[in-house]
Design a protein around this ligand. Sequence first.
Ligand code: PLP
Length: 358
Amino acid sequence: MRAFNFSPGPAVLPLEVLEQAQGELLDWHGSGMSVMEISHRSKAFEQVAAEAEADLRELLSIPGNYKVLFLQGGASAQFSLVPMNLAGARATADYLNTGHWSQKAIAEAGRYCRIHVAGDAGGNYTRVPAQSELRCSEDAAYVHYTPNETISGVEFGYVPETGSIPLVADMSSSILSRPVDVSKFGLIYAGAQKNIGPSGLVVAIVRDDLIGRARPETPQVFNYQSIADHQSMLNTPPTFAWYMAGLVFKWLKKAGGLAAMGERNHTKARTLYAAIDASRLYKNPIAVDSRSWMNVTFILNKPELDAEFLADAAAAGLHGLKGHRVLGGMRASIYNAMPLAGVEALIEFMLDFERRHA
Ligand SMILES: Cc1ncc(COP(=O)(O)O)c(C=O)c1O
């Protein structure tokens, strides 16, 4: 039996996608080989790659003046590669600080350029700053933010307005979860292992005018210009992850695209937060308008029950609920591939656990 997997990433993948990959594993499209075993320079793989890009463009309505790059190094590599590609050595880059992943991005970028924190939610990072609280520099090379903080479960309900300064977003844990207007961004990047496919792949969507600005010392394999010039095949890409991402994009299209996915995700999140808010054992500390649709965090009012909660949940087929070590508590990551039935099963378990420990 398949578990309900609430892991923050690598995370649940759609069952249909896994079944298709399983069916094709030994003999991909009559080739007598796995897609993992063929050259990335073959016509057959070129088609896999091109189709994945075309489907992603369609899903996100990516305008023609943006390149889609398929990269390696995890989202963390982008923490350095964004300043290396977009900011000169004496430039200032603006960052919004909303918690753990923003802070990682800030720390890394600080090794390459001057950092101005243009917005800081502060406190325990249980909300995002409002647009009126942002103080962007006039001459910033870009403004970077983390639309969804995976660890605390804090999400922007709006896209920050930055005028003519390019907006850069680490969308690792929210990409493809609902429609987004790509034209508002200079650069979007996302590690694949939550809403796109297996780990090992990073997708970046870059506006043309931001390509070609890399510092001379930027490694070729991390230079957006050379990657774009070589259709993301300057060296051997993570071909299996790219293929899997393509299957996920087709699954998303079949499921009705991002508008349908957004409604589905909103329902899942609303249902789970409502159950938490109505309970006397569980509590979510995030400001209501900053609550993540993807990572729902909650604490037990009796933390001495944490271990028992997790053990009983696992016995009931509900996995990956342990909160991040820096925050403790629980976290249910309910990415695109988590069905509503999984959320309902979790709620049923939580209510039963609460009744048993009243
Ligand atoms: C928002 C966000 N950014 C960056 C990362 C780091 O990703 P990676 O492990 O691919 O470097 C994560 C990982 O969970 C994340 O959630």
